[in-house]
Design a protein. Structure first.
Length: 377
């Protein structure tokens, strides 16, 4: 059994936690990363696979079940220091149906707010943290307004996980934790930094491989003629081609390893896992004795082996652009969750789902670090 319960250090602050929609207990990881000792942790979660992963790592967690049964929970709310919850996003997200709290899942926002209001009434010194997706302005204002009506000292932050990881993931946070998001320094982490397989080698990082390269050929003249450069969007993405699969346009996209990954979703089948480019640019001898750049692509999700033996390498004249999906370990790294946290006894389908539903741990750990500094003053 792999446990992530850290050995407490002297003078580390202790915290008693109630985690709503707890998922795989990423809040526990974030608290430890921020330097807290978790004195008690109460979890409300119904997904059995998330519970299985969470219990494997933190068997000390107390479980209270479905949040809709909260009025029957055996919980002393006066002893809760921190209540945290990421209420279901499907009805609030711009990629969802946009029904808000007219969707039963959207109504759970109110249930969570009732629990948080109860905690704050029982312990006015407690802290709360709500998390959800970036949404249309109407919904954002609606949630902010009603949160301010129910809870004291509401601060709202929009933080992109791309500052902490290789993933573009904008999330809203409502909390009474004081923080200055302008002080966050970009760690400069990109996709290639989290790959467990070296899926890409580029002799000139200013060149961007895109769907127009699929026929191979003389890339040197292509670069010189078209002046191809890496073109990143404002959020760090670099879409370089489309996978040859039956899916919508956003699902087909293949990304450059020098950029960021798109936001992780639950990735429930249908090739929805983010995809990265696999291949390499190599200098190869041509029939005329000259060396020219040639794009060599593979179909086994690995790069070509570097070698000085030229006769062992053949020029690939025509190939389809190849790609591979991010592995579950790489998706864990995008969420800054330890590699071995989601252990081997869980199927990849369930791992992708729980990781997509989770938050970026390092973002929440940063907020908890601000809380720790706030309490020490």
């Amino acid at each position: 059994m792999r446990l992530f319960i850290a050995t407490p250090k002297k003078d580390q602050p202790k915290v008693r936690v109630l985690s709503l929609f707890d998922g795989l207990s990423a809040s526990y990881i974030a608290l430890q990363r921020a330097g807290y000792v978790v004195d008690s942790y109460i979890s409300s979660e119904i997904d059995r696979y998330c519970i299985q992963v969470s219990e494997n790592n933190y068997p000390d967690i107390k479980r209270v079940g479905d949040i809709t049964d909260w009025k029957s929970w055996d919980v002393d709310y006066s002893k809760i220091d921190l209540v945290i919850g990421g209420f279901p996003c499907q009805s609030w997200s711009v990629s969802g149906r946009g029904l808000g709290d007219k969707d039963p899942r959207g109504m759970l926002f109110w249930t969570m707010l009732d629990v948080m209001k109860t905690v704050m009434k029982a312990n006015p010194k407690a802290h709360y943290l709500m998390e959800n997706v970036k949404m249309k302005r109407e919904f954002e204002q609606y949630i902010t307004h009603h949160t301010e009506q129910a809870l004291p000292n509401v601060n709202k932050y929009l933080i992109n996980a791309s500052l902490f990881s290789a993933q573009n993931r904008q999330r809203n946070y409502w909390t009474n934790i004081e923080a200055d998001t302008s002080q966050i320094k970009d760690k400069g982490i990109v996709l290639k930094d989290i790959l467990e397989i070296d899926g890409y080698v580029d002799r000139d990082k200013s060149h961007c491989l895109d769907a127009n390269y699929f026929k191979g050929g003389n890339l040197k003249s292509y670069f010189e003629k078209h002046r191809r450069q890496l073109v990143f969007s404002d959020n760090g993405l670099c879409h370089v081609g489309d996978a040859d699969i039956k899916a919508n346009q956003s699902t087909k996209r293949v990304y450059h390893p020098d950029g960021k990954a798109p936001t992780l979703t639950t990735m429930g089948g249908g090739h929805r896992e983010p995809k990265i480019l696999c291949g390499a640019l190599r200098g190869r001898y041509k029939a005329n004795g000259k060396t020219e750049q040639q794009l060599e692509l593979r179909k086994d999700s690995k790069t070509n082996s570097l070698t000085t033996v030229q006769k062992d390498n053949l020029v690939i004249e025509e190939e389809q652009l190849t790609y591979r999906k991010l592995t579950t370990k790489e998706c864990s790294r995008l969420q800054t969750i330890p590699d071995s946290y989601c252990f081997d006894g869980i199927s990849n389908t369930q791992k992708y789902k729980m990781l997509g539903n989770s938050f970026c741990v390092s973002v929440v750990a940063w907020l908890f670090e601000n809380l720790k500094n706030q309490e020490e003053k």
